[in-house]
Design a protein. Structure first.
Length: 222
């Protein structure tokens, strides 16, 4: 249960020096300008973070994962990469948490520029839809956490879930669909399937995927 992992009381209490020791050698992030900008929600084994790390070496990123063993695996994976590639992979980390409850404890209003929800658990039964990581209520929280212009990436191999995520985003006043042109030009989009463990599995099995990529807009621009 949640009692097994510590949660910061507010974003200012999140200790950057524990997660990015080379970039924040001593104290916590109090007074530091640089903050986490990308969050991979339900990051699984961390493949996306590892790929994004070298693509955006100046950006701080975090994976959020609820399973203890999986989180430990990602920690060790990052630690090994840091050891074998000195100076690299310093900008990625992982935290064990329940993202459905604690996002506001980690990020301030408008802090994030990208959020990823890649191959989330489908929760098929109607009574379990409230457990889905994309929902009208949780989108309010994500809109709060994302900067205006920030992008939310979702992908799944479950058609019904894909339709659900797209319709939640479509109906939300703080999000608009990113145009096909922009999607094509965005170097991150291919990584949604090629860099994630789940995406690789779907590709191996020749499965279809369903993407919904949306931008956080300001209320007045809609
Ligand atoms: N995104 C990864 C990928 O594409 O390879 C992993 C996808 S996996 C199917 C979904 C992940 O979300 C699992 O690792 C699961 O433990 C995690 N998860 C589910 N609910 C969560 C929650 N409330 N908070 C954080 N992680 C969660």
């Amino acid at each position: 249960s949640d009692s097994h992992f510590p949660v910061p009381l507010c974003p200012g209490q999140f200790d950057y020096s524990l997660h990015y020791p080379q970039l924040f050698p001593s104290s916590s992030n109090n007074g530091c300008v640089k903050k986490i900008q990308f969050a991979d929600i339900g990051c699984g084994f961390g493949g996306l973070l590892v790929s994004l790390s070298t693509l955006f070496p100046e950006t701080l990123m975090i994976g959020m994962e609820i399973r203890d063993k999986v989180t430990e695996y990602v920690k060790e994976r990052i630690s090994a990469l840091r050891t074998t590639n000195p100076g690299q992979y310093q900008n990625i980390s992982v935290v064990r948490t329940n993202s459905m409850k604690y996002i506001p404890n980690y990020f301030e209003k408008g802090q994030l520029t990208k959020m990823f929800f890649l191959f989330p658990d489908p929760h098929f039964k109607e009574k379990n839809h409230r457990r889905r990581v994309i929902s009208p209520h949780l989108l309010d929280e994500y809109a709060y956490t994302l900067a205006v212009g920030g992008i939310i990436y979702t992908i799944t191999d479950v058609e019904e879930l894909g339709e659900w995520m797209e319709s939640c985003l479509d109906e939300h006043p703080m999000f608009e669909a990113v145009s096909e042109e922009e999607v094509k030009a965005d170097p991150v989009v291919n990584l949604l399937t090629s860099a994630t463990e789940e995406g690789q599995k779907v590709a191996r099995n020749g499965g279809k995927t369903f993407r919904a990529i949306y931008r956080r807009i300001s209320p007045s621009s809609s």
